[in-house]
Structure formats: C-alpha cells, structure tokens
Design a protein around this ligand. Structure first.
Ligand code: G1P
Length: 296
C-alpha cells in the first residue's frame, strides 16, 4: 500500500514569452478558454484526480492568479441580491474548492527549482505536478490524465511521467523519453534515458514528456544537489533522470488529447475542443466551424 497522492504543485511563475504581447500584463494561466482561465481547468483536473491541496509556485507579477481563487465578496453580494444563483454557485465553487496556497519563486531558476520551493509544504509523501500549458481533454467516460497516472503509481509504486507520441521532428521541444513499451501493458513505457529538448538531428525517440507527473520524495535530495544545466536553469528532466537511476521512472501513455495551449494555434484548438465538450456550446460551435469552413 502506497501513501496517497494528496498534494499537487502547479508552477505558474513563467513570463509567458511565447504568448506576447498579451502576457505583458495578463498571466498566461489567466487566458480564457471560453469563459474560464486555463488555470481553472488544471485545478479542476487535479481535484477530480483526488488532490486536496494545490500549491501554486507563483512570481511577483502574477498576483491575480491568487485573486481568482479568493472570495470576491462584492461580486457575491451583487449576485445574491440579483438572485443569480447559477453564477453565485459557480464563483463560490472556485473559491471553496480544495485548499489552494501560493508560494513565490523568488528567482527564475527553472522548473526543477520551482518544484523544490514546495518541499517544506510537501515533505515525505508522493505528490503530483501539473504544468499549465498542457491541457488534457478526456471524454466523460475517461478519468482525467492525472488520475490515470496516480492509479498507475498505486499499482507500481514507481514515479510516473505522462508521455505522448509526437513526430520525431518535434521531439526537440520536449523532454524526450527513450526506452520500450511494456509488452504486457501498452500504457506503460520503461524509460532507460531521458533528455531535455534534444538538439534537432539527435532525436532517438518519439516519446515526449508532457506536463503531468507523480513524483516520490526521493526527488527532493536530487533537486537540492542538482547543478544548473547549460542554460543556467535547474531542470526537472535532469532530476528525473537521476530518480530513474535510483528508484526507477515509468512513462505512462495516458488516454486523452493533450493540447499545448501556450502555442497560438494550440490555444485556438483548446478553445474549440473545450467548447465541443460543453453540451450547451457544442452544437453552436459545430455550426460556427462549418460556416467558417464554407466561407474560406
Ligand atoms: C517543460 C519540460 C519538458 C516537457 C514540457 C511539456 O518544458 O521541461 O520536459 O516536455 O514542459 O510541456 P517547457 O515547455 O516548459 O519549456
């Protein structure tokens, strides 16, 4: 029996340079997927996967992420007076759902460093990490991607990273996992090497790490001692490689559609996919897409 995965880290301190100019003033995580910020979708996935404590690793310039999860009394009063029960319930749910706290990453020293900031709040138990750019859509019959990884952690006791297959020419954008599919279970990928963003032309795999992880406390001492990589950042991928050597690391090829919402067309795709999954928006979205296709 393994300790339960109850806590999740959401690193949100990034500058969002891929999405300028809007990210000059609005955090990428607060960009809307139809009517809710991307970060809400990530938090909802975590909560639906059994997480009860969310730890945001934030930067000084992005306080409105914290405001979003706080109570807005003025708004609540106005909605209550108007008798707008539906909206009141929706906004109250955001501030009451789960326990969310926020830490500041005081220097931009990389993803590994961001995660290490949460060590005092997590301690000696397994935990999840979710990256805000990677939205993963699942249908109503399929558990959220993080829940699938947690389930596999309970089965195996081994730390998990989410994997997708990409075109080999694209692997330079990702953590690249080399190894083999488990012949007994096609979801499991036995990793024997992990390389952060391999230079183009050196790719040895089509298995890309995307932003869902279940990690064990052994990662803490590894991260603490890890030297920065060539770009000066403490890379999570380098720590995962060491964790693989010490305890093993499993790739999990989850069910679901992952979208890179930090990319412009990916962001558009995420909006359309989300709308198609919302019963009240689905038909109008299909009609709109048909109309635009015919007109172009
Ligand atoms: C990060 C990780 C990388 C992973 C990617 C998934 O990179 O370092 O290993 O493949 O997220 O989205 P980033 O895209 O933040 O540069």
């Amino acid at each position: 029996m393994h300790l339960q995965v109850k806590k999740a880290i959401l690193p949100v301190a990034g500058l969002g340079t891929r999405f300028l100019p809007i990210t000059k003033a609005i955090p990428k995580e607060m960009l809307a997927i139809i009517d809710r910020p991307m970060i809400q979708l990530i938090v909802e996935e975590a909560l639906a996967s059994g997480i009860s404590q969310i730890i945001l690793i934030n930067g000084h310039h992005k306080g409105n992420i914290e405001d979003f999860f706080d109570t807005n009394y003025e708004l609540n009063n106005v909605l209550a007076k108007k008798g707008d029960v539906a909206n009141l319930k929706a906004v109250e749910k955001i501030s009451n759902n789960g326990f969310i706290c926020s830490l500041r990453q005081k220097e931009a020293l990389g993803l590994g460093h961001a995660i290490l900031c949460a060590r005092p709040l997590i301690g000696n138990e397994p935990f999840a990490v979710l990256l805000g750019d990677d939205l993963i859509f699942t249908d109503a019959q399929t558990p959220p991607a993080l829940a699938q990884l947690i389930e596999n952690y309970y089965k195996t006791g081994i730390a998990q990273v989410a994997l997708i297959s990409v075109a080999r020419a694209e692997i330079y954008k990702y953590g690249a996992a080399e190894g083999n599919v488990d012949p007994k279970n096609a979801h499991n990928f036995v990793i024997n090497n992990l390389v952060e963003k391999p230079p183009q032309g050196t790719e040895k795999t089509d298995q890309a790490v995307v932003g869902r992880y279940v990690l064990t406390p052994a990662i803490w001492n590894i991260l603490e001692k890890l030297p920065p990589s060539n770009d000066g950042e403490i890379q999570l991928t380098d720590a995962l490689f060491k964790l693989m050597k010490v305890e093993g690391l499993m790739g999990y090829r989850f069910l679901g559609a992952r979208v890179d919402a930090g990319d412009r067309i990916g962001y558009l795709r995420a909006n359309l996919m989300h709308a198609l999954l919302r019963p009240e928006l689905r038909q109008d979205t299909i009609s709109l897409m048909k109309e635009l296709l015919q007109a172009n």
